[in-house]
Design a protein around this ligand. Structure first.
Ligand code: SAM
Length: 353
């Protein structure tokens, strides 16, 4: 235990560990006291950097149509039971209008890889949102595109881009995705986005089928090398209409431990308490905040379509995760001593010990 605590201290001080060091920590993840120590140090680190303020992002799920067939995802092309929708530009702008009124200053436009949204239409949409709400940041999360398209999105005014690498191990990647998708391409997209100037978010699934401790070490090392501005991790949760329907969900405690390690290594990064964490456990997001997260992403999508954006079974869609329930969120944060911050919450690298 003392040796493991020293590794946590080393990560907090140097912001980096070797594969062997990460591996020994992850092999000790069943040790309650060790996890509590990591959460305490990571929580303190987050408070030192961000105070007790939690940034909010309004999530707009613009389309559940997807050309990809990722084995874990409820939106996969082969899922014929999914009721498909695509929001119109008017509907999306209406979500922004409501969100702006509620105090949101970041809009996250997320969706499947839907060819029905042409590059031009997305650029026009981003420009319109920035014109109407110049005080807001726009984050896109619409999957893999060519570099010149990412450049067009950036030139249109998009500030940030979320693209999880999902797993940083080639072989594992090929067990979660069909052969036309590759980790190499996914990483190339991430490097392109960063070079263009986006604030970039990446991350991975915890407990996805076939995942090993070594795979998780590769995830931590990739993030350590890439140094993203945002890091989103969440447990894998099965979806009944996917090939992984009978696989067990990822572990909440392991997700929280990994989140703490990421916070210690990346004190300036914006780390959300994800919906998947809140789906696994009623107070999962509060636990994530206490373990080092500093962002929540309430759902601003039209309520009519929320149940259709089912990435996994029982995804929260009609409760406190909704943007309209901001006062409920505020009360829940208050209970653990935190509060909502409504500014854009851009990434800033600040030296803290
Ligand atoms: N198409 C875009 C992309 O690929 O980045 C954005 C939408 S995608 C549905 C958003 C995220 O949902 C993925 O990065 C993945 O990690 C997560 N996700 C999909 N299926 C999941 C599952 N069964 N359990 C947990 N998270 C899941």
């Amino acid at each position: 235990m003392e040796t493991m605590k020293k590794l946590i201290d080393k990560l907090a001080q140097t912001r980096a560990l070797s594969r062997e060091e990460f591996k020994s920590l992850l092999l000790s993840s069943s040790d309650n006291a060790l996890r509590a120590y990591a959460a305490k140090r990571a929580g303190e680190k987050a408070v030192k950097r961000f105070g007790k303020g939690i940034y909010i992002r309004g999530l707009i799920e613009i389309s559940n149509i997807c050309k990809n067939d990722c084995y874990y995802c409820g939106l996969r092309r082969s899922n014929t039971k999914c009721r498909r929708y695509r929001l119109t530009e008017e509907e999306i702008l209406d979500c922004c209008r409501q969100g702006h009124g509620l105090g949101f200053r970041t809009f996250v436009l997320q969706g499947g890889e839907d060819g029905g949204f042409s590059d031009e239409s997305l650029c026009a949409l981003v420009k319109e949102i920035k014109k109407r709400y110049p005080d807001c940041a726009v984050t896109l999360s619409v999957g893999e595109r060519e570099r010149d398209v990412y450049q067009q999105f950036f030139d249109a005014g998009a500030d940030r881009y979320l693209l999880r690498h999902e797993t940083a191990d080639d072989e594992h990647y090929s067990k979660l995705h069909p052969a036309n998708l590759s980790l190499e391409k996914r990483k190339q997209c991430l490097y392109d986005l960063k070079e263009i100037g986006f604030q970039v978010g990446t991350g991975f699934l915890v407990g996805s089928p076939y995942q090993t401790i070594d795979n998780l070490c590769s995830d931590l090392l990739f993030i350590q090398e890439f140094r993203p501005q945002m890091i989103g991790i969440g447990p894998f949760i099965p979806h009944q209409d996917t090939p992984f329907k009978n696989e067990p969900a990822g572990s909440l405690v392991l997700t929280l431990f990994l989140l703490s390690l990421l916070r210690l290594g990346h004190p300036n990064s914006l780390i959300p308490a994800t919906t998947a964490v809140g789906t696994l456990c009623e107070d999962g997001r509060e636990q994530a905040i206490l373990a080092g997260a500093n962002v929540v992403m309430p759902n601003l999508s039209p309520s009519l379509h929320r149940k259709d954006y089912m990435l996994y079974d029982n995804k929260l869609s009609d409760g406190a995760e909704g943007a309209e329930a901001k006062d409920v969120l505020e009360a829940r944060l208050d209970k653990i001593g935190f509060h909502i911050v409504t500014d854009r919450g851009d990434f800033k690298a600040i030296e803290i010990e």
